[in-house]
Design a binder for this molecule. Sequence first.
Ligand code: G3P
Ligand code: MG
Length: 357
Amino acid sequence: MDNNGHNKDKGAKGCGHGCGCAPKSTSDTASKKPQASDSEARAKHSHDDCCGHDHHDHHDHDDNCHHDHHHAHHDHDDHGDDDDVAAFPFFAAPAPLDQDNQPVIKKHKGLVLPPVIGHRGACGYAPENTLDSIRTAAEMGVEWIEFDVKLTADSVTILFHDDTLDRTTNGHGPVAQAKLDDLRDLDAGNWFAEGFAGAGIPTFEEALDVILETHLCINVEIKPCPGREIETAEAVLDVLSRVWDEPDRVIISSFSEVCLEVAKDMAPEWPRAYLIDEVPEYWRDMARHLDVRTININGNRPETTQAFIEEILDEGYGVLCYTINDPQKARQLVSWGVDGVFTDVPDVISEVLITKH
Ligand code: G3P
Ligand code: MG
């Protein structure tokens, strides 16, 4: 727990994503090479089972991959009303400060990179990947949020992180086997706090309605269930392209290189981010192949050093780090050149990275 009562990044513990997964053993990802984008090759290097990280060596992860949210919970029965809006500080200037206390606007190929991105909405304060979480982020004055999108059995895009329903709903079993109608009956809020009981799993379209209404910028993480990489990416891009026309307010990311290939084919003008956990030897070739704007790395892994960050920056990419809930860690990463961080507690991290008005 940090001083604010929020969960701290778990660093060396767990799978190393800061998400509380079981430990991850060494896999062969580091020696894999970029591959052609035919479907066979895509299937080979798709590695987004469990929480979307490259767990080839799969541990039983579905009910382990979670942040330790319960520490951060409020009694949230009255969330979303005006009192709560007033309770959150407002952060208006989207820029970190330089040594002279002046805002630094970093651009990578025209994209202004966000210094703070609410993780799964603002999942330290509301159940992840729900409309409540999105609204909470907006009410806090957060400009950018990240969320995970996958497919139901009947191929509807929904906001959901895990491959199974168990951790974040009162349902059980694989998401890929549940139809949207089955999911409509589930509670995706009560596990987090009683005040959120009744929160549902939103479709991507429902989430986009709230996002457009609240003027948020979005990092859409395509998080396919195993084997559904191409169809998931196609569905995400299809839904998004119907309502979104602002390439400077969206980032498409994925741990799945296949998904990013699809995104590159379908919406080349939308900025892409290459999500990495264990750093593969071929990351430079793959980043070039995928033509990404940023490389999004795990800020809690030991190999996330200043030298590695500078290597990425030297290649011309932006760097965003997940998942950073400790303000001191956020400051350190930014001082090393990181452009922005994903965080469950955007108010806490904004406090140290963004000018307040
Ligand atoms: O996109 C950053 C972060 O969300 C990646 O990890 O497991 O939280 O989706 P995860
Ligand atoms: Mg994510």
